[in-house]
Write a protein that binds this ligand. Sequence first.
Ligand SMILES: [Zn+2]
Ligand SMILES: [Zn+2]
Length: 216
Amino acid sequence: MSLFGAEPTQLEAVVLTHEHTDHTRGVRRFCEEFGMPVFATRGTLSLITLDGVETRTISAGRRFSVGFLIVDPFKVRHLAAEPVAFSISVDSIKLGIASDLGSVTPDVVKHMSDSSLMFIEANYDEEMLLNGDYPDFLKRAIKSDHGHLSNNDAALLSVEASSEKTERVVLVHLSRDNNTPEKARETVRDRAKKSAYRPTVDVVEHSASAGPFELR
Ligand SMILES: [Zn+2]
Ligand SMILES: [Zn+2]
């Protein structure tokens, strides 16, 4: 926790996007220890054990607040019970967070648009996945509409959602086996060259922590 400059006591809640263990491991123990509530969709809550922890049910399209943050959950396609992604606003600053989704739909672009700071999944490089060692069923699941975003998908979302307000794009959820930080960064930067907006592109490497990110 202290790695990105925050202590648990400074946090108000944990907000989950979906139930997969790479996003929920340790949540129960952490929230119980610090008396913190968990916000998640009904589908997500139905699949994780949170005994002894206060839970709040959220759903796509229904705004809620955590402290002074306004959070707008929106639907994404991912192989999970009821996955969502979030945009978070404070005054005129908006943060868009889109990870663990298989397709960049117009609705995803709409919710991410005009963010000052965007966190976007760049899970795999298409060639690395194709030529890698994963079994075919897994390759298909990752590439499917309900899988993960490739570097090209991340580049597309970044360009489509960027505006003059967008300062920074942070690429997250990179596969250790099917991607490299260099490939992810280059793909997103290359696509931005043909666009009117060129936000700074950062990459969060696997299991590293990110931030804090400063905005102008
Ligand atoms: Zn994940
Ligand atoms: Zn997932």
